[in-house]
Design a protein around this ligand. Structure first.
Ligand code: MN
Length: 291
């Protein structure tokens, strides 16, 4: 059910500024799915606890039809947000689900899953995002967890300024998101802003935060942020949140989280704290102990 509670205002006395605008890197993954890697490995430290953000969007089936056949993950969580399109997920923990138009799939790989993500359409637009969220070392080998949220099940609110917000994780204007996590305290909002609308969101000072604009143009503390750009928000001690203004009708993701401040060792789909743990993951995968 779509919830439309009366939104509580978010007071922001001083907005964070834009530290850097990032252009994603065109790449392909899986069996040849074309995508833009917005948050790349070189930004993992800066944007801790987030490890990756991929944006995909195409109306050419050749760009997505092959999907992501069976592959493993260990040590973190994947959050897939499907703006448009249909994708079927199956994993070795016995989970299966259809992710479509506006739905979210949250998967905690923990000690390991092998899964596939296969498009269920042969034409039309497929557009969405996959975010990787790290797990603290103590939870990296936890039991895998999985949930699908249809668009209608996502907590949603409309601010007094007309901004529609899907609260995928965290809390905004008094509305709690679909998922909460203690260690990383992720905030994941999808904002739909009418032209000239203003949106405020309080952010804890120590949390790393970024905005990815996927339609239109935003302005944050005097900096213009056009579509297909990620604005890394400065971690200013005096700032207590972010104020976002739409220069046109715009859509954007606002993502923030509490850094883990732990070593990050990544080898492809495995993200652990040490190289030794990566070798262990590779051995476990090879010997069939991952799933
Ligand atoms: Mn995957």
């Amino acid at each position: 059910m779509t919830k439309n509670p009366v939104p509580r205002s978010e007071h922001v006395n001083r907005s964070r500024t834009v530290e850097q605008l990032v252009v994603g890197k065109a790449t392909s993954d899986g069996a040849g799915v074309k995508l833009t890697r917005v948050l790349t490995q070189s930004l993992q430290r800066r944007l801790d606890p987030f490890l990756m953000l991929d944006a995909f969007g195409s109306d050419n089936p050749d760009d997505y039809i092959a999907g992501f056949p069976d592959h493993p993950h260990r040590g973190f969580e994947t959050v897939t947000y499907m703006i448009a399109g249909r994708m079927r997920h199956r994993d070795s923990a016995g989970h299966e689900g259809l992710l479509e138009n506006g739905g979210v799939q949250w998967m905690t790989a923990g000690r390991g899953v092998i899964h596939s993500e296969i498009p269920q359409q042969e034409e039309g637009v497929m557009e969405g995002f996959q975010l990787w969220l790290n797990l603290p070392g103590k939870d990296k080998l936890c039991v895998p967890w999985y949930r699908d949220f249809a668009a209608a099940d996502l907590p949603r609110l409309v601010t007094e300024t007309g901004v529609a917000v899907n609260v995928i994780a965290g809390e905004s204007h008094g509305v709690s998101g679909a998922v909460t996590r203690e260690a990383t305290a992720p905030l994941y909002l999808d904002l739909h802003l009418p032209a000239n609308a203003r949106f405020t969101q309080a952010l804890p000072a120590g949390h790393n935060a970024f905005v990815y604009v996927y339609r239109g143009v935003l302005s944050i503390a005097g900096s213009m942020v056009p579509a297909q750009r990620m604005a890394i928000l400065a971690s200013e001690a005096q700032a207590d949140g972010v104020v976002i203004e739409a220069r046109s009708e715009a859509k954007a993701l606002l993502i923030a989280g509490q850094p883990l401040n732990e070593p990050i060792a990544q080898y492809g789909p495995f993200v652990m704290n040490t190289e030794q743990e990566i070798y262990q993951a590779l051995n476990d995968f090879r010997d069939g102990r991952l799933a």
